[in-house]
Design a protein around this ligand. Structure first.
Ligand code: CMC
Length: 430
């Protein structure tokens, strides 16, 4: 028998039975769609703390157990055994590829890495000190001008080409944004390199010298990208879905995701963590900053701490912390001051009742910057790294939504708190 949920109206004492929707795992949801029409009330949930916006087969998070699954595979398992491109295939297609499928996919991604030369000229329009996330947002939005008529969002093949283009071009765009900021010539993609080696080369090679990609750096980035690839209905993915629900050009929809990711409450936290650690400066200052974070009068929060869904630990943070040791050791940076400071901050916070009671733990952004910095990636490029990795998640969710025949424009309601109808007053009578 299907479950229902009874909601009682204490004005007239009448109850209404609402259907309960259950997924394959996770908290069930009360289907409130009929409520407005039948009962004349909306539901109110401004930050969507209790609202499911869609059905999805892609990613599952169990916040209590600290579990993150991509199409049923744990992110730890994938980080240990898979590669970022294989994870992209999995997220987009639902299954891990066989060898032929993987080769075809790799080939498709590799052959979409270049940018149209007219688009390359756009970079010069940005001031040299523009934040790379601003450039990423603008350039990705501009892709819609290059592929507008060629993208029929109702055509599954066109949707697939879009996902390949997006995954392929994002590293090229991010690397070009970096080159623009340091005033160096842009380095184009090289098709015989793997995904992250190609990115490192486009960022760090210069025409005057040979560049050898460090495989440890490429592998570290690959692992970080796997861990960031998708996270179900997070703020940026929900933004992409919302924009996409209007039927807009998908490249334009992805640019809204990049914009949403940039904020410090979301992907911008990785940059904010490093700035915070630099500000704290020394282990002796940790207690002072932990007190600041607890003080509601003080706007300061521990960046890289806390999560809407994880109430135990963030499995991505655990993998990254372990990886920090390996990467720092490889670069002879075992005594890295920032890593030691981050671990001390984690230790002090996790012994503090404020953080324990609120179930606030380090999230994915807490340690990732330590690795990025060890690889020589500048702080303002941390969030672009996140954006490159999350592109597949955005594209997979957009594709899933577009393939759903029941898709409708996303359009929330509101509680209006302004004036009732009033008459216009002429300017000299106000
Ligand atoms: N430092 C101090 N207090 C915190 C923190 C923090 N980092 N995070 C949450 N709290 C407190 C908050 O003040 C509130 O306390 P109270 O119940 O007394 O009012 C309680 O914990 C619940 O916090 P919330 O803000 O209601 O939780 P939320 O689900 O709305 O926000 C969050 C989640 C991630 C935005 C928030 O924890 C935060 O701002 N963290 C710092 C930024 C950050 O690291 N963001 C990256 C998130 S993971 C990667 C990603 O999404 O991209």
């Amino acid at each position: 028998m299907s479950k229902t949920f009874e909601l009682k109206n204490n004005q007239d004492d009448k109850a209404v039975e609402l259907p309960v929707i259950e997924g394959s795992r996770g908290t069930p949801a009360v289907d409130v769609r009929g409520l407005a029409g039948k009962q004349g009330v909306f539901t109110y949930d401004p930050a969507f703390t209790a609202t499911c916006s869609c059905d999805s087969d892609i990613t599952f998070i169990d916040g209590e157990q600290g579990q993150l699954l991509y199409r049923g595979y744990s992110v730890q398992d994938l980080a240990e055994h898979s590669s970022y491109l294989e994870v992209c295939y999995l997220l987009l297609n639902g299954e891990l590829p066989d060898k032929d499928q993987m080769e075809t996919f790799r080939d498709a991604i590799t052959h979409h890495t270049m940018l149209n030369q007219s688009l390359v000229k756009f970079f010069d329009g940005f001031h040299y000190d523009a934040h790379p996330m601003a450039i990423l947002t603008g350039i990705t939005g501009s892709l819609s001008a290059f592929y507008h008529d060629a993208t029929d969002i109702r055509n599954p093949e066109h949707r697939e080409i879009f996902t390949h283009r997006m995954i392929a071009k994002m590293p090229t765009i991010a690397a070009a944004a970096f080159k623009h900021s340091v005033g160096q010539p842009k380095i184009g993609p090289k098709n015989d390199l793997d995904y992250t080696s190609n990115l490192l080369r486009m960022m760090f090679a210069v025409p005057a010298e040979d560049y050898e990609v460090d495989p440890v750096a490429a592998k570290a980035l690959d692992v970080l990208f796997i861990l960031h690839a998708d996270h179900e209905q997070n703020a940026s993915t929900s933004t992409v879905r919302m924009a996409g629900s209007t039927g807009t050009n998908p490249y334009a929809a992805i640019s809204t995701g990049i914009a949403a990711l940039w904020g410090p409450a979301h992907g911008g936290a990785n940059e904010a963590v490093l700035n915070m650690l630099a500000e704290i400066g020394d282990a002796s200052q940790v207690p002072k900053y932990v007190e600041k974070a607890k003080d509601k009068e003080d706007g300061f929060r521990l960046m890289g701490f806390g999560h809407r869904v994880y109430k135990n630990f963030d499995p991505r943070a655990t993998v990254i912390r372990g990886y920090c040791h390996q990467v720092l050791e490889h670069y002879g940076m075992q005594n890295n001051k920032l890593f030691e400071l981050a671990m001390e901050l984690e230790r002090v916070a996790l012994e503090d009742d404020y953080f324990v009671e609120r179930k606030l733990y380090p999230n994915v952004d807490f340690y990732s910057g330590i690795i990025y910095q060890a690889l020589g990636i500048p702080i303002n490029m941390f969030t672009p790294m996140f954006a490159i990795a999350r592109t597949v998640g955005w594209a997979a969710h957009w594709s899933e939504m577009m393939a759903d025949p029941g898709m409708r424009i996303a359009r929330p309601r509101q509680i209006y708190t302004g004036y009732d109808l009033r008459g216009y007053v002429d300017i000299d009578k106000r």
